[in-house]
Design a binder for this molecule. Sequence first.
Ligand code: AMP
Length: 115
Amino acid sequence: MDCIFCKIIEGVIPSTKVFENDRILAFRDIQPAAPVHILIIPKKHIPTMNDVTDEDAPVIAELFAAARQIAKEQGIDESGYRLVNNVNADGGQVVYHLHIHLLGGAKLSPLLGEV
Ligand code: AMP
């Protein structure tokens, strides 16, 4: 499968990992948009949030649990952070392997979407 994040999971493409278990991987974004910018992904290849099924509920919950833990480890849980999931073209999705952006370490600009 020609998926860059699957290749990161396989170790074919290098990444700076910050968290890993059997189901989840988190690594630093290569083009950080904030002082802390980490991508949290399921190891299962799920292209977009639209493709999540009821049976994926546990791993989706685990993505958020990992986000909580990583935010604490990065020291931004109290200062605050943002979790973002882009879906398809209008959402700005570029990599079609489900991921949550964890952004923090600075006061982020308001983000409510724009046209
Ligand atoms: P999205 O626009 O939500 O699909 O976000 C994809 C993110 O993946 C972007 O923020 C990219 O900077 C990031 N990205 C792409 N390739 C890599 C890579 N090899 N290692 C780390 N982050 C990457």
